[in-house]
Write a protein that binds this ligand. Structure first.
Ligand SMILES: C[S@@+](CC[C@H](N)C(=O)[O-])C[C@H]1O[C@@H](n2cnc3c(N)ncnc32)[C@H](O)[C@@H]1O
Length: 224
């Protein structure tokens, strides 16, 4: 399958997708893109705005995954609204869902956190995330459990370090390699669990294969 992996970061969702697909990853942060490329040598990695890339290239793919940035939707940031600068929810998330739902002929998955408001478009909730897809997700995405969060301003340094190490283990990635401009602890917390990423791609592939078989049997019947 030809897969587009938008807002690719360090490839949490992509980690267990294997090497049989042709994958294009789009990431704006050059350091994250460099490390993604180091991690997935066979993927094509593009440093660009994922939102624009989707518009320009969606027709080239069979499956599209998108993970737009979550801070403007997150309950955690909203809980700190009296001490942080107010921001509008970034509606590009919904632009992409509407666009993919109506223009794209393949299967898609847009992923984000559970927002502090009622989602503008209904989604499937699994674990800590919402997923907008054009296929049904299994109730169980085989997600692994990790307890993260807590109040970072009152947490002791040892607790923060402990969480960071736990996230490195959980994602099977040494986040200390990252030398870019984003806060690496936040980045580590935002990666999708690779088991959930795999289950979602496997589900989409199963549906695509089934519809290809059905198409073939219709043609067989017509030729008789
Ligand atoms: C929540 S993370 C994605 C996590 C990813 N799905 C994973 O599981 O590893 C969002 C990523 O989007 C990137 N990003 C933010 N704005 C972007 C844009 N306009 N175009 C491409 N990437 C962008 C950030 O640098 C960050 O790496």
């Amino acid at each position: 399958m030809k897969i587009l992996n938008l807002y690719a970061c360090l490839g949490g969702n992509r980690y267990k997708w294997g090497e049989e697909h042709e994958i294009t990853a789009v990431e704006l942060d050059p350091e994250a893109a460099r490390l993604y490329q180091e991690r997935f040598l066979n993927d094509t990695v593009i440093v660009a705005d994922a939102h624009q890339y989707l518009l320009d290239h969606y027709k080239e793919f069979d499956f599209i995954w998108s993970s737009p940035p979550c801070p403007s939707h997150s309950r955690a940031r909203f809980a700190r609204r009296n001490t942080t600068t107010p921001i509008y929810p970034d509606l590009k998330l919904y632009e992409e869902v509407l666009f993919l739902e109506n223009y794209f002929e393949g299967k898609y998955c847009v992923e984000n956190v559970i927002p502090y408001y009622e989602p503008l478009i209904p989604a499937q909730k699994r674990g800590r995330h919402l997923y907008w897809t054009n296929f049904n997700l299994p109730n169980d995405l085989n997600e692994r459990k990790i307890v993260i969060g807590g109040n970072k301003t009152t947490a002791k340094t040892s607790e923060v370090n402990h969480e960071f190490k736990a996230l490195c283990k959980f994602h099977d990635y040494d986040f200390t390699k990252y030398k870019g401009e984003q806060r690496v602890d936040k980045m580590a917390r935002n990666l999708v669990d690779y088991e959930a990423g795999k289950t979602i791609l496997d589900t989409a592939m199963g549906i695509i294969k089934k519809s290809n078989v059905n198409q073939t049997s219709i043609f067989d019947y017509e030729e008789m």
